[in-house]
Design a protein around this ligand. Structure first.
Ligand code: NDP
Length: 285
């Protein structure tokens, strides 16, 4: 079987072109505020990508770089200022946070209308109740990548490996909303292979490089590899052995160049959406 490599970079570029046009219809450019605490080198790269990607579609990005030791109250104060500012459309707190900060306290402090990561209980709750307001970026990226190769999802068996708040749990709701039958696996799942081998759509988001090999994949399945791990030799690896999957899967996302670029594009879309809702644009065409 010929396996399609789903080109996340290309799809993300197409999405950006569409977003640039939407930005041109706004009265003022959208504004994203990114809060970055500490000096995690991976976060530095992700924050820079977000600045560059924002600029490419006309989104203004301000980065608030705070010291590793910042007290929680100081961070909460900053979020409150940004919540109150009419100039701010989107607020993103770069994760992970240093251990002395309580992630849930910080995320829940963000005004849901400006929560462009979609991770507040308000936005996750709306997703669960079937009236999504702001959809988390990585799960939404997975959906776009799946639908780029298979628009008809009703009745498909989808297996998600991973149940995090960031990826697995919201993705379950998105696949369910498209009428898939969804199974969710995690670290306590017994006989993972027996589940993954049934999947028409297999999404893997564990952070365990090479967890899924060719024998774990149903012939003809669509495979979305969310995992990104830095290997000792400096290269990046996904959770799926891509070379193994070739010839078995009908389509697979590469790492890098699959879910990552699309996740950034979905973040930009959420910022544009927040600005559109706020500004009530003159024209939609
Ligand atoms: P978390 O560590 O929060 O969650 C990992 C999940 O995988 C957990 O639910 C865990 O189960 C499950 N898991 C771990 N080991 C196994 C195993 N052996 N078998 C089955 N399930 C297992 O990670 P995230 O969801 O935040 O991220 C997952 C991966 O995706 C990471 O590599 C991350 O870097 C990457 N990522 C990539 C993004 C992108 O833009 N490309 C964006 C976000 C994340 P349990 O709940 O039982 O512990």
């Amino acid at each position: 079987m010929q396996t399609i490599m789903i080109d996340g970079k290309k799809l993300a570029n197409e999405k950006r072109k569409e977003l640039k046009k939407r930005v041109e219809h706004l009265l003022t450019p959208p504004h994203l505020d990114v809060i970055w605490v500490g000096d995690n080198p991976a976060s530095a790269v992700y924050v820079r990508h977000k600045e560059q990607a924002g600029a490419s579609v006309g989104i203004e990005v301000t980065v608030h770089h705070l010291p590793e030791s910042v007290p929680e109250l100081e961070l909460l104060d900053l979020i409150e200022q940004l919540n109150q500012s009419a100039a701010v459309d989107g607020i993103l707190v770069q994760l992970p946070l240093p251990k002395h900060l309580t992630e849930s306290n910080i995320l829940e402090a963000i005004d849901p209308a400006k929560d462009v990561d979609g991770l507040t209980s308000f936005n996750l709750g709306h997703l669960l109740s079937g009236s999504p307001q702001m959809i988390p970026c990585t799960p939404q990226a997975c959906m776009e990548l799946i639908e780029s190769v298979e628009p008809h999802l009703a009745g498909k068996l989808a297996v998600i490996v991973g149940r995090s708040r960031l990826v697995g749990k919201p993705l379950f709701q998105l696949l369910l909303a498209k009428h898939c039958t969804v199974l969710q696996a995690h670290s306590k799942t017994v006989n993972l292979t027996s589940l993954t081998r049934m999947a028409d759509i297999l999404v893997v988001a564990t952070g365990h490089p090479g967890l899924i090999s060719g024998a774990d994949i149903k012939p003809g399945a669509i495979v979305i590899d969310v995992g990104i791990s830095k290997m000792p030799d400096g290269t990046l690896a996904g959770d799926v052995k891509t070379e193994d999957a070739k010839g078995i899967a009908s389509a697979i996302t590469p790492v890098p160049g699959g879910v990552g670029p699309m996740t950034v594009a979905m973040l930009l879309e959420n910022v544009v959406l927040a600005a559109e809702r706020k500004q009530n644009p003159v024209s939609e065409d």
